[in-house]
Design a protein around this ligand. Sequence first.
Ligand code: AMP
Length: 469
Amino acid sequence: MAVFGIFGTETANVASSVYYGLYALQHRGQASCGIVVNDDGVFHVYKDSGLVNEVFTPNVLNALGLGQIAIGNVRYGTVDTKDRINAEPIVVNHNKGRMAISLDGKLVNGAELKREMELQGSIFHTGNDAEIISAVIIKERIQSSSIEEAVCKAVSRLKGAYSLLIMSPQKLIAVRDIQGMHPLCFGKRNDGEYVIASESCALNSVSANLIRDVKPGEIMVFTKDGIRSIEDHCGKVGERLCVFEYLYTARPDSVIADCSVHLARKRAGAMLAKAHPVEADVVIGAPDSGIDAAIGYAEESGIPYGLGLIKNKYIGRTFIDPGQNVREDKVRIKLNPVRETIEGKRVILVDDSIVRGTTCTRVVKLLRDAGAKEIHIRSSAPEFLNICYYGTDIGSKAELIACKYTTEEMAKIFGADSVGFLPIQDVFKLAESGKCKGYCAACFNGDYPTEIPQDTDNKYDYKISENKN
Ligand code: AMP
């Protein structure tokens, strides 16, 4: 999931800026997307399931019109919240005005808050935490003199990982959870507009210069009088940035906590080479997110890096599944080996992670068919052993292959000669050159930085089918 917002004082084509920002953040969510444009307090919204360029045709973008402030969102569908009804941003009218809200993250006390408010008469339409957060803010707004005061009170009630953008008729508010678990940064364009985004690559896409990350717990208020930072929630608990952002989630051209994601991945590859060396002829990366670590592995080991697998970049959600009996073709349509790099060689294949083991099994078969003599799989993430409660969709514990098998058994299952994972202690060193003071690596080591959800009533997981038309 990702958020993007723009704040200006002049009327401009803010919808188009948000479109390009969301386009740069598409890797963080492909299920649905949306944009809300604020033109002097009048909100124009469009959202739907689909990719940014499918949903926002030129006509749809034009219809959003001009404005001074806008926010957007891309979202991935978890099993229960894939429906179109969960698309964000969410727009609500309340007794003191209007508000739009866009979220990247997941609350661990969402079900609890929802139940509490439902017992007081609130009605919810989605299975979406953004709606719960908006209800908490609106409730606080009744007793508060400003939207930012209400947001500040609401933050005390929210537990979990979240980066939020909240738009009122005159303000844009950016909030990062108190442990800074998900990234959020802001920058400025030459024309004076402020831009806030989940990742810095999205700032670059609209020619904004990165100023800094929003601090853990910080509430930034952008108004026509400038920026105000509310730090009431800052520094009360330690920082716990999701380390998987560096390994997989973020784009390599982004910078998080003053550390380049590309360099962090290369460092992961280098540490992996030290931890699990093996004699080989070539190092290849699983496209796309294994490539940076493969380069790092190659540099550290002195084994040449080779272009071993080509991914068809044009396979989108509309890809027609060729069916069970041609499963092999399906893999080949998506991924094809470069025989010249592989044939007769001892190959080290670096991937960013092994979750269920599906990718490895398929790729090993492709590489064997292309004539690989030996195949050594190296994962630049440690073994996935625990569920993530903070918005990374990695399935249930029963599906995690590292929970069930040793590395030797995994090698057998994949048909590989060996398997090696990044040692857990190394994940805390991969962004050493940056400013982050602490990480969440709960999916690897089970050390959760928050309480974990207790209230898991199915009622919370809405499944509402909607006709597209
Ligand atoms: P698997 O095939 O189940 O072992 O998953 C590992 C592959 O999925 C790797 O190639 C990753 O790049 C990718 N991956 C890792 N985490 C996720 C995630 N949360 N959502 C989608 N893909 C992922």
